[in-house]
Write a protein that binds this ligand. Structure first.
Ligand code: ATR
Length: 273
């Protein structure tokens, strides 16, 4: 069987093996996919060994997406723009291709699965780290009215916005700078939820039909999701659909077949509770 894996640290709780096994079964593809913990500083060695032993493709999760970017012999435009790679694929000529499927995963979940409009909308993105760099390109391609990036460290928000400003209207600010704004969609791309935290958001920044999306997920709603519900958001979602959609895009790059994500999102949702 063709070998695939997700490389990360930690990686024990990764849902990717379950997701790709479900895709393989659904599409009749013969492959094996496992989770592998890589020691810090050892990514290039580990990935080099994987491919030299015949491995076909890797997903890369925290904290190795920059290392994977460096490792790739060829890069997609969106990976280059993001400065991060979450998918490596062995090519026929033996080179390793690097892509980033996080942004399309987010857009597919928000637009196709949830049915929330992106075009023409006023979007606020919280956070300015690697996760946000991965999504801004595909998000701006959807033609929002504008995207504001708010971050605790405001200089990071500004430099991320500058990096993407060729793709649309995007600016950076601090959380204090949000007080007078209104947004149709707020996307939480900070890692604050992981420590049970919430960025300091002012009241009334969600418009009447405003939606809230947390790129994190779990059995329980995140602090950001609870905040949005308290602000009477029209709809709220966690990032489980994005996780499955980015995996589907990777699967499609590797196998040339697009799996049906809906039953797999339901499967993973059930395994959370
Ligand atoms: P990732 O790859 O997950 O994006 P990262 O690059 O370390 O990880 O970025 C984490 C993001 O979450 C940053 O935007 C960080 O804000 P700073 O740049 O100011 O550090 C944000 N973040 C983490 N914990 C936070 C908290 N408790 N409140 C607000 N923002 C937080």
């Amino acid at each position: 069987k063709d070998q695939y894996a997700v490389y990360g640290n930690p990686v024990k709780h990764s849902k990717s093996p379950q997701i790709h096994a479900a895709f393989a079964e659904q599409t009749g593809q013969q492959l094996h996919y496992r989770a592998h913990k890589v020691e810090l500083g050892r990514f290039a060695d580990a990935a080099g060994q994987f491919f030299s032993h015949g491995g076909k493709g890797l997903n890369i999760t925290v904290p190795f997406k920059l290392d994977a970017f460096e490792f790739a012999g060829q890069l997609s435009g969106r990976a280059r723009r993001a400065g991060a790679v979450n998918t490596l694929a062995l090519q026929d000529d033996g080179t390793v291709y690097g892509d980033n499927t996080d942004g399309v995963g987010l857009v597919r979940d928000i637009h196709d699965n949830l049915g929330w409009q992106l075009n023409g909308r006023r979007i606020l993105v919280l956070g300015a780290g690697g996760a946000v760099r991965g999504i801004l390109g595909p998000l701006l391609k959807q033609g929002p009215a504008h995207v504001l990036v708010a971050n605790r460290t405001v200089t990071k928000a500004q430099s991320v916005a500058k990096h993407f400003d060729g793709l649309g209207h995007v600016a950076g600010c601090s959380y204090e700078g949000l007080a007078s704004g209104q947004f149709d969609l707020i996307i939480n791309g900070t890692s604050a939820s992981m420590s049970g935290d919430l960025p300091p958001l002012p009241h009334h920044i969600l418009s009447n039909d405003g939606c809230a999306y947390d790129m994190m997920y779990g059995a329980e709603p995140t602090p950001f999701m609870r905040w949005a519900a308290g602000e009477a958001a029209w709809a709220v979602s966690d990032g489980l659909g994005m996780l499955v959609e980015q995996a589907a895009e990777s699967f499609c790059i590797w196998r040339g077949v697009r799996p049906d994500t809906k039953p797999v999102i339901e499967l993973v949702r059930q395994s959370l509770s």
